[in-house]
Design a protein around this ligand. Structure first.
Ligand SMILES: NC(=O)c1ccc[n+]([C@@H]2O[C@H](COP(=O)([O-])OP(=O)(O)OC[C@H]3O[C@@H](n4cnc5c(N)ncnc54)[C@H](O)[C@@H]3O)[C@@H](O)[C@H]2O)c1
Length: 250
């Protein structure tokens, strides 16, 4: 039986300065992992590092709109800390929220695409060969229920999250025999700074579609993520794990 223990595993967490990524980075350190917490918001990362106060919590700046920044960040993490065992990519933006497709601003669409999908591809590309050469790795991208179902008035976000789900399906199959798994999680609304930015009407509408009739907690995302990136999750790749309080039962 493979272990769920991630003690001593070097895990790169992006989007670690806020919400889901912050919860994952700070709870994985309690599980004994070595954390490379990456984000563009370096001052927030510094504050988290001070709070965590653990020698295994390291911070790195990255800007997902830049290919060079992502590649350099991965290189710096691996040269400072060693080979990565796992990557959890939690960078994501909603973009302009609440507009119909006829009003969509193409520059905004391009930015959402660059961060949510292009950045995820660049990150995957930067880490996967080393993992495959070493015969072990876990890559987990934070997608969304909106990528499965398409949320109205969020076309850029939904389309890029759908692309992210397809990315893990494709890459998961490409690397299926290497010891590297590539998966996504597709949460419904999770209580976080991102969900705080929704209007009351949108929040009520999204919540009403969740059979458990509540928002998810960042700790629930982190607990599932900890299992997915552990050695125990060894026969699942290319999958979008559901975390929707019963909304998506597929
Ligand atoms: N909160 C939800 O309800 C929910 C639901 C489903 C999926 N998700 C997904 O989970 C992930 C995390 O969401 P969250 O709620 O924690 O969001 P959040 O806004 O709290 O955190 C996102 C983080 O990404 C960072 N970031 C943004 N642009 C960046 C860039 N260009 N380069 C580097 N870092 C950048 C931000 O600084 C922030 O720390 C996102 O991908 C989101 O789409 C969230």
């Amino acid at each position: 039986m493979e272990t769920t223990d991630i003690k001593g595993h070097l895990v790169l967490v992006t989007g670690a300065a806020s919400g889901i990524g912050k919860e994952i980075a700070t709870s994985f350190i309690k599980r004994g992992a070595i954390i490379a917490a990456c984000d563009k918001n370096i001052s927030a990362l510094q504050a988290i590092k001070n709070e965590v106060s653990n020698k295994d919590f390291h911070i790195f700046e990255v800007d997902f709109v830049s290919e060079d920044s992502i590649i350099n960040c991965v290189r710096k993490v691996e040269s400072d800390l060693g080979p990565l065992k796992a990557v959890v990519n939690c960078v994501g933006i909603l973009g302009k929220n609440g507009e119909k497709v006829e009003q969509v601003d193409i520059a905004d669409f391009d930015l959402v695409y660059a961060i949510n999908l292009r950045g995820a591809l660049i990150l995957t590309k930067a880490v996967i060969k080393g993992m495959a050469d070493r015969g072990y790795g876990r890559i987990l991208h934070m997608a969304s229920i909106s990528g499965k179902e398409g949320n109205p008035l969020l076309v850029a976000y939904s389309a890029t999250k759908a692309g992210l789900i397809a990315l893990v399906k494709s890459v998961g199959k490409e690397y299926a025999t290497t010891g590297v798994t590539v998966n996504a999680m597709a949460p419904a609304l999770i209580q976080s700074p991102m969900s705080d930015s929704f209007s009351e009407a949108q929040l009520a509408s999204l919540k009403s579609r969740i059979p458990m009739n509540r928002l998810g907690k960042t700790s629930e995302v982190a607990d599932m993520a900890a299992w997915i990136i552990s050695p125990a999750c060894s026969f699942t790749t290319g999958f979008a794990f559901d975390l929707t309080g019963g909304r998506a039962t597929y």
